[in-house]
Design a protein around this ligand. Structure first.
Ligand SMILES: N[C@@H](CCC(=O)N[C@@H](CS)C(=O)NCC(=O)O)C(=O)O
Length: 211
């Protein structure tokens, strides 16, 4: 049995953040597929046995269940000594970007991708609302990356692993966004780290109607 088990599904960019960290740190881990599209995260048993919040990713390490991707990343950074903070100020800088990512950079994009890229549906006014917020949060990251290679400085950290989580999915095709060359170059820098693999190679994909 692997040391870590990650409750996840491949389409979940939030799960990918944890899976990517496990891959980049060379951890001994195995995915446990969660049937999100079949309603498993909303089931009473998942909420009782895995996470009362009803979301993936959830990391099982020796029976301890850890949820929220940022907390999982922080836990793994602490355990492995990789992609974490050098000092207290660096830690604050890392957390500033993880929180911005969770609130805006990931969440607006994930919702837009779900509607436009995966469900291929959605009220045009809702799509326009989300697109405007996606562009605004991407512009902030694009400007920040003009001055440095990674979000919290010269080296990759869990802030990058968090924020990059949704940027390697082919479903982008449904969502036309402004050109962001600094974000592009940053995703390439992360993709060239030893151990990097794309989401659909790290996590299982279940049956989805229409695919
Ligand atoms: N802030 C959370 C977000 C997790 C999240 O939104 N997970 C989605 C999949 S990407 C989920 O499990 N949703 C379950 C549901 O809405 O029922 C994290 O970073 O872990």
């Amino acid at each position: 049995m692997a040391e870590y088990t990650l409750y996840c599904f491949a389409e979940s960019g939030n799960s990918y953040k944890a899976a990517l960290m496990l891959a980049l740190t060379g951890a001994d881990w195995a995915p446990e597929w969660v049937d999100y599209f079949g309603g498993q995260t909303r089931s009473a048993s998942f909420r009782h046995d895995v996470s009362e919040i009803g979301e993936v990713p959830v990391l099982n390490h020796g029976g301890e269940l850890i949820s929220q991707s940022g907390v999982i990343l922080d836990y793994l950074a602490e355990r492995t000594g990789m992609f974490g903070a050098r000092n207290a100020a660096h830690r604050r800088e890392i957390w500033r970007w993880i929180l911005f990512d969770n609130h805006k950079f990931t969440s607006y994009f994930a919702t837009l991708r779900f509607l436009a890229g995966l469900q291929k549906a959605g009220d045009p006014a809702v799509i326009a609302f989300l697109r405007q917020r996606v562009e605004a949060s991407r512009a902030i990251v694009e400007n920040h990356l003009a001055g440095q290679p990674f979000l919290a400085g010269d080296e990759p950290t869990i802030a990058d692993i968090s924020a990059v989580g949704y940027l390697y999915y082919p479903e982008h095709a449904g969502v036309e966004l402004d050109a962001t060359p600094n974000i592009e170059a940053w995703t390439q820098r992360i993709a060239s780290l030893p151990g990097w693999r794309p989401p659909y190679e790290l996590m299982p994909r279940g049956p989805v109607a229409g695919r």
